[in-house]
Design a protein around this ligand. Structure first.
Ligand code: DQA
Length: 147
């Protein structure tokens, strides 16, 4: 379809339960809905999306390491690892591609422990509080950067 490298769309722990998990915070759309939205957005610009979710941090780190040279950019919702994982932040610079950090909820209006992100300092941009539309905006931005 296209010779452009895909965008890697990563979702971290508990995001497989989107739609049923605290819908008053995260909404009623599922992770499948997120992937469909991201895929359609990227396709408008001739990009494919490689979408993955895991509850295992080591698996996430390996996917990121292996993506070097294979992807044009990374859109990631790191879930709670945002606030805890230096290893994730270190991994995300390995592919040397733009990274956009997405949060469905507005983490800054929530508990204090959600205000710190280990990922934001190495991200090209951060989106929070736009619901799953944030993934669409992140896809558009990463395509602006790499397209
Ligand atoms: C989240 C916010 C995080 O604080 C939380 O741990 C999540 C989801 C969000 O999308 O709003 O799992 O990343």
């Amino acid at each position: 379809m296209s010779e452009k490298l895909p965008v890697l769309l990563l979702n971290g722990p508990n995001l497989n339960t989107l739609g049923t998990r605290q819908p008053e915070i995260y909404g009623s759309e599922s992770l499948d809905d997120v992937v469909a939205l991201a895929t359609a957005t990227a396709a408008e610009h001739g990009f494919a999306v490689d979408a993955r979710q895991t509850n295992h941090e080591g698996e996430m780190l390996e996917w990121i390491q292996q993506s070097r040279g294979q992807v044009s950019g990374i859109v990631i919702n790191p879930g709670a690892w945002t606030h805890t994982s230096i290893a994730l932040r270190d991994a995300l610079v390995i592919p040397e591609v733009p990274v956009i950090e997405v949060h469905i909820s507005n983490v800054h209006s929530r508990e204090e422990f959600r205000h710190r992100s280990y990922v934001s300092p190495i991200a090209s941009g951060v989106i929070a509080g736009f619901g799953i539309r944030g993934y669409e905006f992140a896809l558009r931005r990463i395509i602006d950067l790499v397209g």
